[in-house]
Design a protein around this ligand. Structure first.
Ligand code: KIV
Length: 276
């Protein structure tokens, strides 16, 4: 846990951009202050992802989360971190209507959380939006390939770039996002060679999830990596711990202690004479 609030310099979006082709960027999602505190010393970037709709709130898709909720979680992650670059997702329904709508939403995120930038899903269709945000000094992390917010309308969570047309679309999206001023791009759920080719040809870092080891960085949903979210585990996830089982064991031990009157002990109570 990083308590070094006064001396640590936070990683900026320029630092992230400068890592193109260098030491790979280690990125995870974070939704809360305590989790941010544990992850911060080791991460280059913490993403307050709209995946929290599913992971925290138990919704079916990432679509059901409000801008206010993202701002609350974003502010919590900023309070729990001193080092990592923190980026907050613009949730579904808060940026797609017009560049002006996106600017209003992103401006609130920046002002009310203190995050270093926002992420939004889309490529060619979002180019004007990304340009308006970056012209207004709001750093944008792009997100191309499989787009969870649009998965429902595109027939489900499908790997992108399997045919020539799909491949070209993702390449066009990457070029549009970079051309509009994004400082980096998340590439999600594509065939490996496509993410590799994009990484080799664009000028900003790519951050892969279900993409390629060649990407300039990698990101996972933290609860997936820690075994805390077990509704389903996508193929691209590597489990680094099984904390769900640990939590259940601790809950069982606590319940047994309470039921058997082993907890609390007098040591946990107030106003108890010392000799007891
Ligand atoms: O919402 C999210 O957590 C994301 C990552 C999976 C990239 O967009």
């Amino acid at each position: 846990m990083n308590d070094d609030t006064n001396t640590t310099k936070r990683i900026s979006v320029s630092d992230i951009k400068a890592r193109k082709g260098g030491r790979p960027l280690a990125c995870l999602t974070a939704y809360s202050k305590p989790m941010a505190q544990w992850l911060d010393p080791h991460m280059d970037l913490l993403l307050v992802g709209d995946s929290l709709a599913m992971v925290i709130y138990g919704l079916e898709t990432t679509r059901g989360v409000s801008l206010d909720a993202m701002i609350n979680h974003g502010a919590a992650v900023i309070r729990g971190s001193v080092r990592a670059c923190v980026i907050v997702d613009l949730p579904h329904g808060t940026y797609e209507d017009s560049p002006e709508q996106a600017l209003a939403s992103a401006s609130r995120v920046m002002a009310e959380t203190g995050a270093q930038g926002v992420k939004l899903e889309g490529g060619v269709d979002m180019a004007d939006t990304i340009r308006l945000l970056t012209e207004n000094d709001i750093p944008v992390l792009g997100h191309i390939g499989l787009l969870p917010q649009k998965a429902e309308s595109r027939g489900g969570f499908k790997i992108q770039g399997k045919d020539d047309e799909g491949w070209k679309q993702v390449v066009d999206d990457a070029n549009a996002v970079v051309g509009s001023g994004a400082f980096a791009i998340v590439i999600e759920g594509t065939v490996e060679a496509l993410a590799r080719e994009i990484t080799e040809t664009i000028s900003v870092p790519t951050i892969g999830i279900g993409a390629s080891p060649a990407c300039d960085g990698q990101i996972l949903v933290t609860e997936d990596a820690l075994g805390l979210f077990s509704d389903f585990t996508p193929k691209f996830v590597k489990r680094y711990a099984e904390l769900g089982g640990e939590v259940e064991n601790a809950a069982k031990a606590y319940a047994e202690d309470v039921q058997e009157r082993r907890f609390p002990e007098l040591a946990h109570c107030f106003g108890v004479p010392k000799e007891q």
